[in-house]
Write a protein that binds this ligand. Structure first.
Ligand SMILES: NC(=O)c1ccc[n+]([C@@H]2O[C@H](COP(=O)([O-])OP(=O)(O)OC[C@H]3O[C@@H](n4cnc5c(N)ncnc54)[C@H](OP(=O)(O)O)[C@@H]3O)[C@@H](O)[C@H]2O)c1
Length: 259
């Protein structure tokens, strides 16, 4: 797995999303994703699946498939937990059953500025205590990131936001990249519902790839970290098979401006 590095963070170039990945079937899908080569697993207290993520990680380590230090586990604190971040972090860590996570995010900038600042300051404390290696935010605007700067001492290493060729918040991406904040792209496949787009299909045909692979390749070439979710093994495999082709400048421009 290749990594993206800034002055603040070293992170795999692609991750595995786990929204709506649940139960035994979900645990198996997560273990399969690790077998297939994913190293970044994205969960959240809100997903109510931290237990199966932790179990899948522990099982994969026990089976000798991977070492803990080669995995990159992310979780997030949800707005209804902002008033007491310490308890929320303890709860998530206990569900995960891990000694540390790699990245802890404030999931949404909901609630008052005071409350979301309290949550972020709680993550800063977890960082000091070694509970997490990096901290960041999710769904934050430029203004909300700037508000944080006056109220915290650790800048976010990541902003996880909805990005795909169909949803391209260019000013936010440029601002984050200029400020050493990695953009993780969530819903990078638009749930697999945009593959009929003619331009996308044509570009996919040019490279003998699927429209979804082109969407992920676009993300990676933009310097984003896409987090595709896939229960199906075939999807998991296809979504990692995006490192043997390059989109040309013209193709990238067409994808930036999809009709
Ligand atoms: N921070 C936030 O607020 C936030 C919000 C939303 C999502 N996220 C994160 O981002 C992750 C991904 O987003 P998402 O789950 O919303 O959507 P997504 O990854 O864009 O789409 C997932 C859907 O696409 C299908 N799929 C996967 N690979 C495919 C392929 N190669 N070809 C065709 N279809 C394919 C999957 O099917 P199968 O499952 O059947 O394989 C699944 O139905 C989430 O799981 C979560 O970790 C974060």
């Amino acid at each position: 797995m290749d990594y993206l590095s800034t002055n603040r963070i070293k992170i795999p170039v692609i991750g595995f999303g786990t929204w709506d990945v649940r139960g035994e079937k979900g645990r198996k899908a997560i273990e399969r994703s690790i077998e297939n080569g994913y190293r970044l697993i994205d969960t959240a207290s809100y997903y109510e699946n931290e237990e199966i993520v932790g179990k899948a990680v522990r099982n994969s380590i026990e089976k000798g498939l991977v070492n803990r230090e080669d995995l990159f586990i992310t979780t997030k604190i949800w707005p209804n937990e902002f008033s007491d971040p310490e308890t929320a972090i303890e709860r998530s860590m206990s569900k995960l059953g891990l000694d540390y996570v790699d990245l802890y995010l404030v999931h949404w900038p909901q609630n008052s500025l005071d409350l979301r600042t309290r949550a972020y300051n709680g993550l800063e404390k977890a960082l000091e205590e070694g509970i997490t290696k990096y901290i960041g935010v999710s769904n934050y605007s430029i203004e909300q990131i700037e508000e944080l700067a006056d109220r915290s001492s650790t800048p976010p290493a990541v902003n996880q936001v909805h990005v795909s060729p169909f949803r391209y918040p260019r000013p936010l991406i440029e601002y984050c990249q200029d400020n050493e904040i990695v953009i993780e792209a969530y819903t990078p496949l638009e749930h697999g519902r945009q593959s009929d787009n003619r331009t996308l299909r044509q570009i996919a045909e040019n490279h003998d790839k699927t429209p979804e692979q082109v969407m992920l390749r676009w993300s990676v070439q933009k310097g984003l970290v896409p987090l595709p979710k896939a229960n199906r093994p075939e999807h998991q495999r296809l979504n990692l098979d995006i490192f043997d082709f390059v989109l040309g400048d013209d193709e990238m421009r067409m994808l930036d401006n999809l009709p």
